[in-house]
Design a binder for this molecule. Structure first.
Ligand SMILES: Nc1ncnc2c1ncn2[C@@H]1O[C@H](COP(=O)(O)OP(=O)(O)O)[C@@H](O)[C@H]1O
Ligand SMILES: [Mg+2]
Length: 256
């Protein structure tokens, strides 16, 4: 796959210059772009955090790997009719995105039981969930991103009304179906994932942020081996190798 499906010409993308720092997150640093009020420059960092940044690590070129995985997935989703903030790529670990007003919800989709849900409901990891679950978590580091109900999200004014929550759930289900297919072609089972949405200048709800082994649970279909951030969370070793393995399989099947 070439950059031809970038939303802007490569020559235009290459002219953008990083301007003032807006926000340093755990996985990405966000900058303005000179003279472009509706676009942002996202640098994917090499650092890795878990348990609300109580555990920290990093590996070389993690940012580059995650940037490329996200780019290929967002282009794939675009072809499936799912709008994302992705505009184009710059250098190794930088992405040009549409600036969104982020909705402070982490939207989690679960196809199998794992992680916090396994503990919470006392069901073994790996048990299938049909139909998939869609859950909201309040994106707030101080509160450690707690699970919230629809009514709580409305009370907190995360969105304007129940229609918006329904739209988020519906978009999450569509993205899930596309991603299940995307990963199954790599011999990978999509156990669960987290996505974030925001509103663009036309007030449309658009998929933002990233889709990477940081934000998905990915298990090898044949061996059950974990190829995602659980390797870091649980000290399973081969963290960098697993992220690279995912990118390698994605490149082989979906180009890049
Ligand atoms: N298109 C966008 N417009 C504005 N903010 C965005 C966009 N995409 C992602 N963000 C935000 O950028 C911030 C940095 O990302 P990240 O490092 O993952 O943060 P966090 O530490 O909150 O996980 C997050 O707050 C994320 O919601
Ligand atoms: Mg994040």
């Amino acid at each position: 796959m070439t950059k031809q499906d970038a939303r802007l010409d490569v020559a235009v993308l290459n002219k953008f210059a990083k301007a003032e720092l807006l926000y340093e997150g755990k996985a990405k640093t966000v900058y303005k772009i000179e003279g472009e009020d509706n676009l942002l420059w996202l640098d994917y960092k090499d650092s890795l955090t878990a348990f609300n940044a109580q555990k920290k690590g990093s590996f070389e070129n993690k940012g580059g790997v995650n940037r490329e995985i996200t780019s290929i997935i967002f282009r794939f989703l675009n072809r499936r009719g799912v709008k994302s903030h992705w505009v184009g790529d710059r250098d190794g670990n930088a992405m040009i995105c549409e600036k969104l007003t982020m909705i402070p919800l982490e939207v989690v989709v679960r196809n199998s039981v794992a992680g916090s849900l396994a503990k919470k409901i006392g069901v073994a990891e790996g048990a299938e969930i049909k139909p998939p679950l869609v859950e909201f978590y309040y994106k707030n580091d101080k509160l450690e991103d707690p699970f919230i109900s629809d009514d709580q999200a409305l009370f907190l004014k995360c969105v304007e009304g129940q229609n918006d929550l329904n739209e988020l759930k519906e978009k999450a289900r569509v993205i899930n179906q596309a991603l299940i297919e995307f990963f199954s072609r790599l011999g990978v089972k999509l156990i669960d994932f987290k996505i974030e949405f925001g509103r663009n200048e036309r007030s449309e709800i658009v998929l933002g942020d990233e889709i990477t082994p940081d934000s998905c649970r990915l298990w090898d279909i044949k061996t059950g081996e974990r190829l995602d951030k659980d390797r870091f969370r649980r000290d399973l070793g081969r963290v960098a190798e697993s992220y690279q393995e995912v990118l390698g399989r994605i490149r082989a099947v979906w180009g890049g």
